[in-house]
Write a protein that binds this ligand. Structure first.
Ligand SMILES: Cc1ncc(COP(=O)(O)O)c(C=O)c1O
Length: 354
């Protein structure tokens, strides 16, 4: 990626925190690197981004982010290979999706070159923070929020675009037990479910807490209208293997168009696996679990990669999934991570060298 066209000013941190980090025992997303990229939207346009030391942000109490939740984000990762080369996975798709979210939330779109060149410059500066321990990576969090002020319920006139990094280990430790939700909804037709809008996640916290109290790790959301169809999980799209066919729900304005999801569909087809994008009813899954044709369920997303589901709960009954040797989850996880970490040929042209 080129970084010539824009002169991104870099203010370096006086000291680095890197020596205090235990890279062999990284949790997910709670250690941050030394610098961040900041770009302000004022007077109708985005200013050239700058890189500054990682630090708190000062905001007016009437900033619209606090009152109306005008905020969007992305989640992506940078990977370091054996030769210390740095790679991104389909980064333009994240930029495009951020702007799809921006449009829906009446936030001004970020120019693609600000996103890509800003990200590249920050990655080059923070390259020593990219972990090389197996399963670890540098989690990248680009986000935009309304910093403009006023209690009037209308879009702000000022925004901040920030990119921050967190060297991270696995999102889930161990197998995941999910609860199929019938009461609460994550999103609705005509709503903002397809956007990575902050409020989409806040709205999930309470129902997810209830599920955690019952011993589950995640909620599987069903459609808001009938609660008959499974849609996706907190930060993952959901795949179901019935006999040898891999099925996932079609994207809609209620479901996030996951980059991992669409990559898995491509890889699975490439492996000769029968793939279906179609509506999946809860009763179909329950029936398949009962008659043994439900072979696997897994979640797919940048943070968790591919997360096998060990059991699902529905109407106070738990259905265990079998442990099968030659499972699709392991095969697909290996294929996608081998591309991400530059361990295999990138036949679809997804990898981008930094
Ligand atoms: C609601 C939701 N669904 C699915 C995903 C998976 O998307 P991706 O594979 O692009 O990370 C995410 C994470 O971004 C998410 O927040």
């Amino acid at each position: 990626m080129e970084t010539k066209t824009m002169n991104i000013k870099i203010e370096k941190a006086k000291t680095s925190k890197i020596d205090k980090v235990d890279f062999d025992n990284l949790a997910f997303g709670n250690v941050f690197t030394d610098h961040m990229l900041v770009c302000d939207y004022k007077n109708g346009s985005w200013n050239v981004p700058k890189i500054i030391p990682y630090q708190p942000i000062s905001l007016d109490p009437s900033a619209k982010i606090f009152h109306y939740g005008q905020s969007i984000f992305e989640g992506m990762k940078a990977y370091k290979d054996e030769n210390n080369d740095i790679w991104l996975f389909r980064p333009l798709d994240n930029c495009k999706r951020l702007n799809i979210s921006a449009k829906r939330m009446a936030i001004p779109e970020i120019p693609e070159d600000y996103f890509m060149e800003g990200l590249t410059a920050l990655l080059k500066l923070e390259k020593d923070w990219i972990p090389q321990t197996p399963g670890s990576s540098l989690y990248i969090r680009p986000f935009i929020f309304a910093s403009g002020t006023g209690f009037h319920a209308s879009p702000a006139d000022e925004y901040k675009f920030i990119i921050a990094f967190a060297p991270s280990g696995a999102y889930f430790s161990g197998k995941v037990k999910v609860l199929i939700e019938e009461k609460y909804s994550r999103s609705a037709n005509g709503g903002v479910g397809y956007a990575k809008a902050g409020g989409n996640y806040a709205g999930q916290f309470y129902p997810t807490q209830l599920a955690l109290e019952k011993g589950y790790n995640q909620v599987i959301w069903t459609d808001d209208n009938t609660h008959e169809f499974i849609e996706e999980a907190g930060a993952m799209n959901i795949f179901v293997r019935i006999n040898d066919t891999l099925v996932t729900a079609p994207t809609s304005d209620r479901i996030l168009d996951g980059i991992t999801r669409k990559s898995i569909l491509k890889i699975a087809k490439d492996e000769g696996i029968a793939v279906e994008e179609r509506k999946i009813t809860v009763s179909e899954i329950v029936e398949a679990a009962k008659n043994g044709s439900l072979k696997e369920m897994f979640g797919a997303g940048t943070a968790a990669v591919i997360s096998p589901i060990s059991a699902f709960g529905f109407r106070d009954v738990d259905y265990d999934l079998p442990e099968i040797g030659d499972n699709y989850a392991s095969l697909l996880k290996k294929r996608i991570t081998d591309i991400q970490y530059n361990r295999a040929e990138d036949k679809f042209g997804w990898r981008v060298k930094v």
